[in-house]
Design a protein around this ligand. Structure first.
Ligand code: SF4
Length: 440
């Protein structure tokens, strides 16, 4: 967007490099004139008032402009709203198609109450007061009679940010139900475990490497505000990696597209993590500052002490805090990259606070997640997984990633996929950074 110096109006550049603007200047939204396309070839003018509104055909909530005909006062069409910071005027096909819902004869206009038996399909119109009083009385009765488990609130897509949850909690009801239960809840769990928030909010536009798994937010028409930023990033040279059993819209744009066995994605992610860990390619300062490594060592020490009490032995690879490791020679593959199958790259430096001990613990704990292990689990060639790992390693703090639905909801322990994915961000320090996740 820029302001046209000649008439002081906002100019929204369209795809044409010559002049055509993509949207009417906002200074004229109160009175906008267009030729009526249906009257063509006659040049019939129609005057509109353009009113910003929101598309809620999905929860992306893109901006729309309602073109209200000044003669009929009816909405003639919807177009994108260039002033919306999320969608920036670019909508998926469902946005402008919202018009078909405005006058849909099947839309529900009033509260309806069932008449007769369930399944008979008979309903009568009731007032809002009647509907609310009836529902409130039933809920109250269940609460008073301590039958809270009989109360369930179901919504297709929660369009608010936790308000309903707080109401239900105040009632002592654990009954918030939505399609999320069988959709993104698995991924949300994985993210929640890592960072206490269930939404990673990737900054695709500024990423260097974008890693998307299965039915992530950007995989179809859905979440076009994200999808358009993936395309922006690609235009700026970012690399796109997609794991999906389907050839999704995003997969067709990927630099690396792999189709692992469903449920094996975490194995690949752990192999990438292991590659970063064994080759010291992670963001050491980020890990030192933000990971709970001290608690990890404490817990391990407590477990070790308990084992000692029952006659257990401390591993030779786990010196106590402050001790120095003696590193052995690393084994290199043909590319000069340390083999991740052995524990030969233990850090050797003075360990004043125990962090080196933690790093060596990481190396030990993840050493079994080799490319070969991931290949066996996933059916994806080990060489390809290695190439992907090397690409991820180049991202630095500009790794944007996302996983939602599908692999996290369709397989046992699917939440671990989102968790393993976020671990890559946490290893690279690509959290709350430009081009990472949780970015502002
Ligand atoms: S992505 Fe499409 S359906 Fe969803 S809010 Fe935006 S325009 Fe509407």
């Amino acid at each position: 967007m820029r302001t046209d110096k000649t008439n002081n109006e906002t100019f929204y550049p369209g795809p044409s490099r010559i002049h055509l603007s993509a949207f009417p200047p906002k200074e004229r939204w109160d009175d906008w004139t267009e030729l009526d396309s249906q009257a063509w070839p006659r040049r019939k003018e129609r005057r509109y008032q353009l009113v910003p509104t929101t598309c809620f055909n999905c929860e992306s909530a893109c901006g729309l402009l309602a073109y209200i005909d000044k003669d009929t006062n009816q909405i003639q069409k919807f177009e994108g709203n260039p002033e919306n910071p999320g969608s920036r005027g670019r909508n998926c096909a469902k946005g402008p198609a919202t018009l078909n819902q405005i006058t849909d004869p099947d839309r529900i206009l009033y509260p309806l109450k069932r008449v007769g038996k369930r399944g008979e399909g008979n309903w009568e119109r009731v007032s809002w007061d009647e509907a609310l009083d009836d529902i409130a009385a039933r809920i109250r009765k269940a609460i008073v009679e301590n039958r809270r488990e009989e109360i369930m609130y179901h919504v297709g897509r929660p369009g608010e940010d936790g308000f309903t949850e707080r109401i239900l909690a105040a009632w002592g009801v654990d009954g918030h139900n939505s399609h999320t239960n069988i959709c993104s809840s698995g991924a949300r769990e994985g993210y929640q475990l890592w960072m206490g928030l269930d939404r990673p909010s990737p900054d695709h536009a500024n990423a260097k490497v974008i890693l998307l798994i299965s039915a992530h937010l950007e995989s179809g028409h859905y979440f076009n505000p994200h999808a358009q930023r993936v395309i922006d990033a690609k235009a700026s040279g970012a690399k796109l990696i997609v794991f999906d059993t389907r050839l999704s819209n995003t997969a067709t744009h990927a630099d690396y597209y792999i189709a692992p066995y469903p449920g094996s994605e975490a194995a690949i992610l752990l192999a990438i993590a292991n590659y970063l860990i064994q080759n010291d390619l992670y963001n050491r300062e980020f890990v030192r500052r933000w990971w709970n490594w001290e608690e990890c060592l404490e817990q391990r020490s407590e477990v070790g002490d308990q084992r000692s009490e029952v006659g257990g032995q401390r591993s030779e690879k786990q010196p106590r805090s402050g001790e120095i490791f003696i590193a052995t020679e690393p084994t290199n593959d043909s590319n000069g990259v340390a083999e991740s199958t052995n524990m030969s790259r233990l850090r050797c430096e003075e360990d004043t606070d125990g962090f080196v001990q933690f790093e060596n613990l990481l190396k030990e704990n993840y050493s079994s997640y080799t490319f070969e292990f991931a290949a066996k689990e996933s059916g994806v060639n080990a060489k390809t997984i290695e190439e992907i790992a090397k690409l991820v390693a180049t991202a630095g703090t500009k790794l944007s990633s996302h996983n939602w639905r599908s692999v996290t909801s369709g397989v046992s322990h699917g939440w671990s996929v989102a968790r393993a994915l976020f671990m890559l961000n946490a290893l690279l320090g690509a959290v709350a950074t430009e081009g990472g996740v949780m970015s502002r």
